[in-house]
Design a protein around this ligand. Structure first.
Ligand SMILES: NC(=O)c1ccc[n+]([C@@H]2O[C@H](COP(=O)([O-])OP(=O)(O)OC[C@H]3O[C@@H](n4cnc5c(N)ncnc54)[C@H](O)[C@@H]3O)[C@@H](O)[C@H]2O)c1
Ligand SMILES: O=c1ccn([C@@H]2O[C@H](COP(=O)(O)OP(=O)(O)O[C@H]3O[C@H](CO)[C@H](O)[C@H](O)[C@H]3O)[C@@H](O)[C@H]2O)c(=O)[nH]1
Length: 331
């Protein structure tokens, strides 16, 4: 067992629940703070403690930090739907930026030493160059990306002023599910391509819409860097070890595999895995979708011992499908 407890905000959600598993499997004690707006209490592994509260509830968060001996925060809690951030920006500035400010303040006040933050490739906006390196211009094209970038700025300034270091991890497209079937993406109303394709493959949807066929890519459909959620969770555990080993340093790193697949390639992979043909409906572009988003992942590979173990599109699809079937059985 490691010394100290990790507080995982949003640990009842998709990515957070996988981080909880990775931390527990690595020997950490874990306490989750989640208000269950999009998460599920059953998604939190029983070895972890769950406190149902908002990260904005400073009294509860600070008490939890004290009671549990929290040495580090992994901060996944937030609002994650890009189009909603365009129609309701203040929700995003509140639940991502303002709530993060409150959480960071609690961490500083309680002497928590390390902070790991879920950031996003959406901080880059429409990239000038692909693959995208961390020092590329940050020009978010929606309030979601901006709300996350603002939190990165807060962390930078707070780490300069207080004895806390941080790692901001900019995720590319997260997909798949725990290969052992312990967690997966469960929130209804999915917008993410692989989740939607898994729903279509299991009969929850009649077809998959292909948003745009005139992008500047080989087959005209959007290209993304899909990273398996279990690899992403493992990167967080390694990032924590780095923050502990080098307390004077903070880091901002892309999390992706450095290669992209088009929408058509993803749907082809789903068809191969299921041995069926999902109906594809060609539609117009979604507002604000870039042609291609692929990570330059040289920094994370140079900085952490982390190496991808699930960099296989069909494997990602298989794990997403297995979880979708398990969800269907759950009812
Ligand atoms: N899914 C992706 O592809 C992706 C990509 C880039 C970044 N991210 C980031 O990763 C993080 C996790 O995303 P996810 O896909 O797991 O989403 P999710 O909705 O499954 O998880 C978010 C969790 O946070 C909780 N939560 C929300 N607001 C809260 C609050 N104020 N207090 C306490 N708990 C709160 C929710 O109940 C939920 O359990 C988010 O910060 C998101 O911005 C996700
Ligand atoms: O039903 C669908 C859903 C998506 N797509 C296409 O599939 C690709 C991936 O779309 P997703 O909605 O799965 O993911 P995004 O790339 O739009 O965005 C995701 O990844 C970003 C970073 O790359 C941000 O982190 C953001 O939070 C997260 O939602 C895009 O080309 C999109 O147009 C479809 O064709 N049909």
């Amino acid at each position: 067992m490691r010394d100290g407890t990790v507080l995982v905000t949003g640990g009842a959600g998709y990515i957070g629940s996988h981080a909880v598993l990775a931390l527990l499997d690595a020997g950490w004690k874990v306490v989750v703070v989640d208000n269950l707006v999009t998460g599920f209490d059953w998604a939190v592994d029983k070895r972890a403690k769950l406190v149902v509260a908002s990260i904005e509830d400073e009294a509860v968060v600070r008490q939890t930090m004290r009671d549990e001996g929290v040495i580090a925060v992994m901060h996944f809690a937030g609002s994650v739907v890009v189009p909603e951030s365009v129609s309701d920006p203040l929700k995003y500035y509140r639940n991502n930026t303002v709530a993060s400010r409150s959480l960071i303040e609690s961490a500083v006040a309680e002497g928590v030493k390390h902070f790991i933050f879920s950031s996003t490739a959406a901080t880059y906006g429409i990239p000038e160059q692909v693959p995208i390196s961390e020092d590329s211009p940050k020009s978010p094209i929606n309030p979601y990306g901006m709300s996350k970038l603002m939190t990165e700025f807060m962390l930078r300034d707070v780490a300069a002023a207080h004895p806390i270091n941080y790692c901001a991890l900019r995720y590319f497209n997260v997909a798949g599910a725990d290969p052992q079937g312990r967690s997966g993406q469960s929130t209804a109303g999915a917008t993410h391509l692989i989740k939607i394709a898994a729903e279509a493959a299991t009969g929850k949807r009649a077809a998959v819409s292909v948003f745009g066929t005139d992008f500047a890519t080989d087959d005209g459909t959007g290209v993304r860097d899909y990273i398996h959620v279990t690899d992403l969770a493992a990167a967080h555990v390694d990032a924590l070890d780095l923050l502990i080993a080098r307390p004077q340093e903070s880091h901002t790193m892309n999390c992706g595999y450095g290669r992209g697949f088009s929408v058509m390639q993803v749907l082809d992979a789903v068809d191969r895995v299921t041995n069926r043909t999902i109906e594809r409906r060609m539609e117009g572009r979604r507002a604000g979708d870039p042609d291609a988003l692929v990570a330059d992942n040289s920094k994370i590979l140079a900085t952490l011992p982390w190496r991808p173990k699930h960099d296989d599109l069909e494997g990602i699809v298989k794990d997403a499908l297995a979880w979708e079937r398990a969800l269907a059985e759950r009812g």
